[in-house]
Design a protein around this ligand. Structure first.
Ligand code: FES
Ligand SMILES: [Fe+2]
Length: 458
C-alpha cells in the first residue's frame, strides 16, 4: 500500500481550492472503505423490471464487488438476495439471467426459495438431527428494494432513506431523462467489459465536456457524427441554430447539483435550439433522441430546469444515463472497473428505428464503442500514475469554473448555467468525502451537503 489512509476524507477533497488527493484512486484501504461506506450503503441499480417480469425470473447484478440476485418471488414481489450460500459461502446462482423455481447450491445442495428462505437441506434428519433452524439460515436479503418507473434499485442498509427521497429532485430528474423517452424495453444482453481504471475516474468522465475535442478528435474525423454537409443550405443554417456540429463540445452548459452527490453535467438545450431540432427532425437521426422533450407529459415531469437539461446524469455513486442507455461503473479493486451497458428502445418504435438506436449505442460506447476506447486509454494511464510515489504528492486540479457563477434555483432544483466547467465532478467528490467520513446512515443524513442555495459560489 502506497498511501496511509488519511482522514478525515474532507481533507483529501478540498472544495475551496478545487483539488483532490490522488490517494483516493490508489489506496487499497480507501478502496475497501468505499465498498463499505458507499456501495454497501447506497441505493444501487439492479436491473429493469422488464428483465424480471414473471415469478422466478432473475438477473445477476452487483453491489460493489458482491454478487446479488435480483428476482421476483411467487407473490410477484421484487427480491434482491446476496448470492452466497449460508453454509460455506458458495454462489447459489451461476447464470447471468434466466428463470428458476429455486436456487440450489451446487456444493452440498442447500436450496433456497425465490424469497431467499432456506427450504431444502440434504441430511436434515440424519446429519442435522432436525436441529438446524432453517428460518435463521436464509440468503441475506437487501435492506430495501424499490423500483422507480421500472428501474429496480436495492440497498443493503435498512437505515437508508426510501428510494424517492434518496434520489431527490436531481436523481429523479436524471432517471426521468431516460424514463420519459417512452415505454421502454431492454435490448437483450448487457454489454460488459473491464477497463484498467479506478471507478471514480469513469464516473468523473461522464460529466467531462472538456475532453471530447481532444480525446475523440479521431472519432469525430471518422465521420460518426451527423454529416451536416449532406444537408441543404437551409437545413445547415437550421443545424447551426440547433447547436449541432462545429466539432467539440457545446459551450452553453448546465450543472445540476443535488443532495447525496447526484449531479447532471453537460449541454443546455434552449427552447430556440429545441425548436430548430424539431424542424430538422428525421434528417439527423440522433435528434430523435431529444424529441420526447416536446411532449407535454415530459415537460411537466422534467419541469423548467429539466426540459433544458441535456447533459449526463449520474445517480450517486455509479449509474449514468445517456441517450437510450444506462451504464454502471462497477468497482473491481482500486485499479479496475467493470463497465456495464444496458440499452433500451421504445416499445412502439419501428423495427428499423430500434436497429438504428442499437447500432448507434454499439458504435459509441461499450467494448466496441469508438468513444469508450479513447476514454478507457486515458483512464488507464491516469490510474497507473495515481500509484506513483512521487506523483502522489501532487493533487489533481478541479478548478475549472470554481467560484465563477452563482447558483440558480428554480422549482427547488439547484443549477449553474455557465461554460464548460468542473462543477459536477467536484460536487461528486465532495459527496464522496461526506459518504466516506460518515460512520452510519444517521451520520450521513445529518452531515451531507444539501443542494446548494441560490447565489452560492461554489
Ligand atoms: S456451500 Fe452451499 S450447501 Fe454447502
Ligand atoms: Fe469521452
Amino acid at each position: 500500500m502506497l498511501y496511509e489512509t488519511k482522514g478525515p476524507f474532507r481533507t483529501m477533497v478540498d472544495v475551496e481550492s478545487g483539488t483532490v488527493d490522488r490517494g483516493i484512486y490508489a489506496d487499497e484501504g480507501i478502496y475497501q472503505l468505499e465498498l463499505e461506506r458507499i456501495f454497501a450503503r447506497a441505493w444501487n441499480f439492479m436491473c429493469h423490471e422488464s428483465q424480471i417480469k414473471k415469478p422466478g425470473d432473475f438477473f445477476l447484478s452487483f453491489i460493489g464487488e458482491e454478487s446479488v440476485i435480483a428476482t421476483r418471488d411467487k407473490k410477484g414481489e421484487l427480491q434482491v438476495l446476496l448470492n452466497s450460500c449460508r453454509h460455506r459461502g458458495n454462489a447459489v446462482c451461476r447464470a447471468e439471467e434466466g428463470n428458476a423455481r429455486s436456487f440450489l447450491c451446487t456444493y452440498h445442495g442447500w436450496t433456497y426459495g425465490l424469497d431467499g428462505q432456506l427450504i431444502g437441506v440434504p441430511g436434515y434428519k440424519d446429519f442435522y438431527h432436525e436441529q438446524l433452524d432453517k428460518s435463521q439460515w436464509g440468503l441475506v436479503k437487501a435492506g430495501k428494494v424499490a423500483s422507480y418507473k421500472g428501474f429496480v434499485f436495492a440497498t443493503m442498509d435498512p437505515e437508508a432513506p426510501d428510494l424517492e427521497e434518496y434520489l431527490g429532485e436531481v436523481g429523479r430528474m436524471g432517471m426521468d431523462l431516460l424514463a420519459e423517452k417512452g415505454d421502454l424495453e431492454l435490448v437483450g444482453g448487457v454489454q460488459k467489459n473491464l477497463i484498467g481504471c479506478n471507478w471514480k475516474l469513469a464516473v468523473d468522465n461522464l460529466f467531462d465536456w472538456y475532453h471530447p475535442q481532444i480525446s475523440h478528435a479521431s472519432a469525430f474525423m471518422s465521420g460518426f457524427r451527423p454529416q451536416l454537409e449532406k444537408l441543404s443550405q437551409e437545413d445547415q443554417e437550421l443545424a447551426k441554430i440547433a447547436g449541432i456540429g462545429g466539432g467539440g463540445a457545446r459551450q452553453l452548459q448546465r450543472a445540476v447539483l443535488g443532495a447525496y452527490g447526484h449531479a447532471i453535467g453537460g449541454p443546455r438545450l434552449t427552447k430556440i435550439e429545441r425548436d430548430a431540432r424539431a424542424k430538422l427532425g428525421d434528417k439527423i437521426e440522433i435528434l430523435n433522441n431529444d424529441r420526447f422533450r416536446e411532449l407535454p407529459q415530459a415537460q411537466q415531469v422534467l419541469g423548467e430546469v429539466g426540459i433544458d437539461t441535456a447533459g449526463h446524469p449520474n445517480i450517486f455513486p455509479n449509474l449514468w444515463m445517456t441517450g437510450f442507455q444506462l451504464s454502471l461503473r462497477l468497482p473491481r479493486g482500486p485499479s479496475q472497473c467493470e463497465i456495464w451497458w444496458f440499452t433500451f428502445v421504445p416499445k412502439e418504435a419501428s423495427e428499423e428505428r430500434k436497429k438504428v438506436i442499437v447500432h448507434g449505442a454499439n458504435h459509441v460506447f461499450g467494448a466496441a464503442g469508438l468513444l469508450e476506447q479513447d476514454d478507457g486509454e486515458n483512464w488507464d494511464q491516469s490510474t497507473r500514475a495515481m500509484r506513483g510515489v512521487v506523483a502522489s504528492r501532487y493533487p489533481l486540479n478541479f478548478q475549472m469554473g470554481l467560484g465563477q457563477t452563482p447558483v440558480s434555483v428554480n422549482e427547488g432544483v439547484a443549477y449553474i448555467d455557465t461554460n464548460i466547467n468542473e462543477h459536477p465532478q467536484l460536487w461528486t467528490y465532495r459527496a464522496w468525502a461526506e459518504w466516506m467520513d460518515a460512520e452510519s446512515w444517521a451520520q450521513l443524513k445529518q452531515n451531507h451537503s444539501a443542494a446548494p442555495k441560490v447565489g452560492d459560489l461554489i
